[in-house]
Design a binder for this molecule. Structure first.
Ligand SMILES: [Zn+2]
Length: 159
């Protein structure tokens, strides 16, 4: 069976800070972010792993949500209070806003939407904050055949 990969890159502007950081990242600052979504799978009868338009329809609402916002770690009380008081655009998350965690956040949200598409095998998410840095998360979207078999065994055992 032949496996094919496709990818699409999305860009947005966002502010954040890392309160634990000893250097410049402690300060409020922004990045011109990019995220590349890579999908591995089988092509359908139209010769597509997934229509780029359909991939955009899944990813763009997330980009819209975070574009020109402050990505705020809920434990960063001072900044959270300020953002809530001023009503400035913000997205609140329960993790330090590193590129690594942001990649995992994208992965979780996208895998929920992509999991039902049975011909997709793998999802890889690459986030870059700067031209020279990337952080990536990768995982299997489809249950392996062995896992399906063991689930069947379990349901037999329950009967
Ligand atoms: Zn930063």
């Amino acid at each position: 069976m032949m496996i094919t990969k496709i990818s699409k890159t999305f860009r947005w502007e966002m502010a954040h800070r890392l309160p634990f950081h000893d250097g410049g990242c402690r300060n409020i600052h922004g990045h011109s972010y990019a995220v590349t979504i890579e999908l591995t799978g089988e092509t359908n009868s139209h010769g597509m792993v997934l229509d780029y338009f359909d991939l955009g329809a899944i990813v763009e609402p997330i980009i819209k949500e975070i574009d020109h916002s402050f990505l705020c770690d809920n434990s960063d009380f001072e900044i959270k209070t300020f953002l809530l008081q001023t009503g400035l655009k913000a997205v609140f998350v329960d993790f330090p806003t590193t590129a690594e965690n942001l990649a995992a956040w994208f992965y979780d949200r996208l895998s929920d939407a992509l999991m039902p598409m049975k011909h997709l095998h793998k999802l890889r998410v690459v986030v870059s904050e700067t031209e020279r840095t990337t952080a990536e998360v990768e995982g299997e979207l489809r249950l392996l055949p062995q896992a399906t078999i063991s689930m069947e065994h379990q349901s037999h055992m329950l009967e």
